[in-house]
Each structure stands twice: as C-alpha cells, then as structure tokens.
Ligand binder design. Structure first.
Ligand code: C5P
Length: 219
C-alpha cells in the first residue's frame, strides 16, 4: 500500500505522515527533505541555485539517505548528517527554487518511485498524489490557514534558530506557497481523488485519527 500526503508548508503533513507510518509499521518518506538536501549542498558549494544545469548535475550525484529512527527521520547527505540544518527557511526557499527545475524533479521523482515501488510507505510532499504515485491507494491533501501554518513553522524553527521572527516566517510561508503553486512543473495542487483535511483547528492526533479511519475503511 502507498499512502500519499501532500500539502503546503506547515500544513502538518510531515508530522502526520510520520505518525501514520509508525502506526502502520510503514516507512515514512519526507520528499521535501530531498529537495532541501539538494539546495543545502548547492548553497554549501556556492553553486548558483538558479543554474539548472549545475543543479541537475549536483542532484544526479548526490547521495541522500533517509534513515528512520525513534526521534524521527535522519537525513544524511553524502554521508554527513544534516537533519537540523535542512530545516532553516533559507534552505526551504532554496529548495523551492531547485524544485521549480524540471531536471531536478525528474531525478528526485525517479529516486522516490524507486524507494516506494514495493509499497509499505507513507510519502509526503507536494506532488506525490499527482505525479510521483498517481495510483497511490490513498491520497490526502492537508491544508490550513497561512497564519496558522506560519505559526507552526515558527514554533518548530525557534528550537534550533532562536533568532527567528514570527511575522517574517508567515511572510516566507506565503512566498513559498506562491512559488509552489505557480511553478510550471508539477505545481502544488490537490489531486482530484485526494481527501482534503483542513488542519487549522485540528491537532496532529486528530488528523492522524481521520487518516487512519480512511485507511482502515479501505483495507
Ligand atoms: O515540505 P518542505 O517544506 O520540506 O519542502 C521544501 C520545498 O521543496 C517546497 O517548498 C517545495 O518547493 C519543494 N518540494 C516539492 N515537491 C515535493 C516536496 C517538496 O516541490 N514533493
């Protein structure tokens, strides 16, 4: 079984996907981390993230490992653990830029299909139900009011980046929404057969319960 969970930044999809995967003993794949890994490495190497040829070459040769663990997924890029470094909004904005490039998407989508091909996965991102696994068994689209999504990002980021400011995070979330929804390749949109869950006033547990009900109704 493949469960696809898509939605904008701060909609809760990664936290929810992680918990659903744990309950089902499935593997959780956070595809946003893969775009972030490309952006992070590019920034480290001083590569212009707008240079699609260089970014594609980087993505092609990058070793991205997603390692499940009790405290969540760890991300290794070329053998280096970068889990908390990938969370910054600067890396998020870089990820949105590289994610607008079709060759990078082809490379990462191929990796995602390879990881998920045997099923038993909960994969979250922006295009899982529309492009990566259009035949996924269950598809969910999580959304929430942008201010609430910004507030969640702020609460999460402040732990590792105490200097962050709420209003600028809300603004960055809105900018990233705009980039993700308006890009030419695989823009963020809800798949026609996805179940929409508005998480503005629902806690993570509530969303997980709703998803589990749908998944169990199917099996
Ligand atoms: O979900 P997260 O905030 O980590 O994603 C970072 C960026 O990566 C998103 O803003 C989006 O541009 C891109 N992304 C994507 N397709 C995915 C996952 C993430 O385009 N499946």
């Amino acid at each position: 079984m493949i469960i696809a969970i898509d939605g904008p930044a701060g909609s809760g999809k990664s936290s929810v996907a992680k918990m659903v995967a744990r309950r089902l003993c499935f593997q959780h794949i956070d595809t946003g981390a893969m775009y972030r890994a490309v952006a992070w490495k590019g920034q480290r190497l001083g590569i212009d993230l707008g240079d699609a040829d260089r970014v594609a070459e980087l993505a092609e040769n990058l070793a991205i490992e997603l390692i499940p663990g009790a405290e969540g997924q760890k991300i290794l890029v070329d053998g280096q653990e970068v889990t908390s470094q990938l969370k910054s909004e600067a890396v998020g904005m870089g990820a949105a830029l590289v994610a607008s490039q079709s060759r990078v998407r082809e490379i990462l989508v191929a990796k995602q299909r390879e990881i998920g091909k045997n099923g038993g996965v909960v994969m979250d991102g922006r295009d899982i139900g529309t492009v990566v696994f259009p035949d996924a068994d269950k598809k969910f689209y999580l959304d929430a009011d942008p201010r609430e999504r910004g507030r969640r990002r702020y609460e999460e980021l402040k732990l590792s980046h105490p200097e962050v400011d709420l209003e600028s995070i809300i603004q960055q979330v809105r900018e990233r929404d705009f980039e993700d929804k308006n890009r030419e390749v695989s823009p963020l949109r809800q798949a026609a057969d996805a179940i929409r869950v508005d998480t503005t006033h629902l806690g993570i547990e509530g969303v997980v319960e709703e998803i589990m009900r749908e998944v169990q109704a199917q099996s």
